[in-house]
Design a protein around this ligand. Sequence first.
Ligand code: ADP
Ligand code: MG
Length: 249
Amino acid sequence: MAKSEVRGRRRRGLQTGSDEIITLNNVSKAYATGAPALNGVDLHIKKGEFVFIVGDSGSGKSTMIKLLLRELIPTSGEINVMGYDLVRIRHGRIPKFRRNLGIVFQDFRLLKDRNVYENVAFAQRIIQMPNKVIKRNVPSILATVGLAGKYKAKPRQLSGGEQQRVAIARALVNRPSILLADEPTGNLDPKNSWEIMKLLEQINENGTTVLVVTHNREIVNAMQKRVVTMKKGVIVSDEERGGYIDDED
Ligand code: ADP
Ligand code: MG
């Protein structure tokens, strides 16, 4: 954490424990139209946690992810991620902040005309990593996600599960402190979904804080992780070793 951030937090008296990596205090987000997408959300996540975010479509899960990425600014409330005050952060510091976040989406978002190696290397080129280092890091992270032999393949030559592994490798290659995944198994069959979730669990066991938005109740129930349940912009439950709450009204 930058010294100026520490001083700033002390000055503002934010209640962020030193082992807390994500803090939302009374966060609301209203878009131009409709009911607030988030309404008074409090959430505290410690370094090294694995957290599932579940809830019906429209309950505010993706809005929360976008706030954590500083793609959106809250209408009110405080957000602190890795010591960065995301309400007051200066624009010039956002790229440095984002460097420590990995993000994975349902639809993979790979560069279709680039091979696997280039898709992952791209993330390192953005932060101006020297080619020598990229040549070492990319094969290493591809081995971690189980794609050591596929570095020349184009995305269309890969299964959905493999494409998501490339996206995860790209999200991890810059060694982020936090990995955010917004419905990462939404386009995958059950077998590939399980493999991706197990990979995310392994990444977490290696020290990365992992937040996973998902609708996959079987996996959530089996994995026995912390489960945050959202409904209409509010956190309605937050359980250690929780399960998927059945509520279809
Ligand atoms: P989830 O990811 O849980 O499905 P979202 O965070 O995407 O939920 O959406 C929460 C609510 O905010 C929904 O009612 C949705 O229609 C609304 N919403 C999301 N994005 C926008 C937007 N850009 N403009 C207006 N309303 C939005
Ligand atoms: Mg969503």
